[in-house]
Design a protein around this ligand. Structure first.
Ligand code: GLU
Ligand code: ZN
Length: 298
C-alpha cells in the first residue's frame, strides 16, 4: 500500500463520556485498535457527546488521558458529535420532509406496556416537527447480517423494534442517527464494539440502506458483565482504568479476547504490549459468546 492510497480499513473507537472507561471499554478499544493496526488500517477516535445532561464532568479528558496512558494512538483529530449537529439536522429534516420520519407526541405513560416497541400511534397524525420526538418509520422486514464473531444475527424491525426515535423531544439527537452518519462521514469500514450494540445493528443497517451509505463490516466483542449478569458501568462496581494498572489490564484484555500472551510481557510498557498485539492479532480466537463474566477472566 502506498502512502497516498485510501486505506482499505478504517476503524474507530467511539466512547460516550457518561463515565470513565472501564475494563469492558478497554476490551472493545483494544479489539478495534488491533484489528485496524494489524492490517495497516486507520483508527479514529470519536467522542459520542450527544447527551449533555448525562455527561459526567471531566469524563472527556479522563477518557483521552486513559487512552494515551494505555498507549493508544489515533489518526487525525478527535471528532466530537457535539460539533456535528448541523449534519444531523440536515438529514433529519430531509427524512421528515420525505415522510420517512414523523413527529411523535406520545407521553411516556401512553407508551407503557408495549415492551419498548412503539405501537405507531402518531404514524399518520401529521404532527409538526417542533416540540416532538422524531421517529423513523421501519419496514415490516427482517434485517440480517453476518457478524465476524457473533455469526448470523437477525431482527425483524417492525415486530422487534418498531419506529424508533432519531431526535428526542428535548431536541437531542439519538445515538442511532448520529452513529450511522458519522461512521459514513469518517469513512469507517469496520466497526468493532461491544455486543450490547448487536441489536442496534439492524436499525443502523436500515438507515444505511435508506440513506444510500455503504455498509461496514461488524465485529461485536463479548460484553464483560458482573457475576449477576449486569453490564460493567458506572452504576455497578467498575473501577476506572488507572495508569499504574495499564500493563496487567492490557494483558488481561488480550487474554479476554482469546489471544495468547507471552510471559515476558509482564514487564513491558503499554506501547510494547500493543505492538506485540498488533503482530500477533487473530480475531478468529475471540470467544464466540455475547457475554463474559468478569470474575471468570484470567
Ligand atoms: N458510544 C457507544 C458506547 O459507548 C458506542 C457506539 C458504537 O461503537 O457504535 O457504548
Ligand atoms: Zn406518538
Amino acid at each position: 500500500m502506498t502512502a497516498c492510497s485510501t486505506p482499505a480499513y478504517t476503524g474507530r473507537f467511539a466512547p460516550t463520556p457518561s463515565g470513565h472507561l472501564h475494563f469492558g471499554s478497554l476490551v472493545a478499544a483494544l479489539a478495534s485498535y488491533l484489528d485496524a493496526r494489524s492490517v495497516g488500517g486507520r483508527w479514529l477516535l470519536r467522542m459520542e457527546d450527544l447527551d449533555p445532561p448525562r455527561e459526567m464532568p471531566g469524563a472527556q479528558a479522563a477518557i483521552l488521558d486513559a487512552l494515551e496512558r494505555y498507549g493508544f494512538e489515533w489518526d487525525g483529530e478527535l471528532v466530537r458529535q457535539s460539533d456535528r449537529h448541523d449534519a444531523y439536522a440536515h438529514v433529519l429534516d430531509r427524512l421528515f420532509s420525505q415522510g420517512l420520519a414523523y413527529a411523535c407526541t406520545c407521553s411516556r405513560k401512553q407508551l407503557e406496556g408495549y415492551n419498548g416497541i412503539y405501537p405507531g400511534f402518531c404514524r399518520n397524525a401529521g404532527h409538526s416537527i417542533e416540540n416532538a420526538a422524531i421517529r423513523l418509520r421501519v419496514p415490516e422486514l427482517q434485517y440480517a447480517f453476518k457478524d465476524r464473531v457473533q455469526e448470523e444475527f437477525r431482527q425483524h424491525l417492525g415486530r422487534e423494534v418498531g419506529d424508533f426515535v432519531i431526535r428526542r423531544r428535548d431536541g437531542l439527537y439519538a445515538y442511532q442517527l448520529a452513529v450511522v452518519l458519522d461512521d459514513a462521514w469518517q469513512g469507517v469500514t469496520d466497526i468493532v464494539r461491544g455486543a450490547d450494540l448487536l441489536d442496534s445493528t439492524p436499525r443502523q443497517l436500515y438507515m444505511q440502506e435508506l440513506l444510500g451509505l455503504s455498509q461496514p463490516r461488524y465485529l461485536h466483542v463479548p460484553l464483560i458483565v458482573q457475576p449477576d449478569g449486569h453490564k460493567l458501568g458506572k452504576s455497578y462496581r467498575s473501577p476506572p482504568l488507572t495508569a499504574d494498572q495499564a500493563t496487567p489490564l492490557l494483558l488481561r484484555a488480550l487474554r479476554t479476547l482469546g489471544q495468547k500472551t507471552d510471559a515476558g510481557l509482564e514487564h513491558a510498557s503499554p506501547r510494547e504490549i500493543l505492538n506485540w498485539g498488533i503482530q500477533h492479532w487473530n480475531a478468529d480466537l475471540i470467544p464466540r459468546t455475547l457475554t463474559l463474566a468478569e470474575a471468570q477472566l484470567r
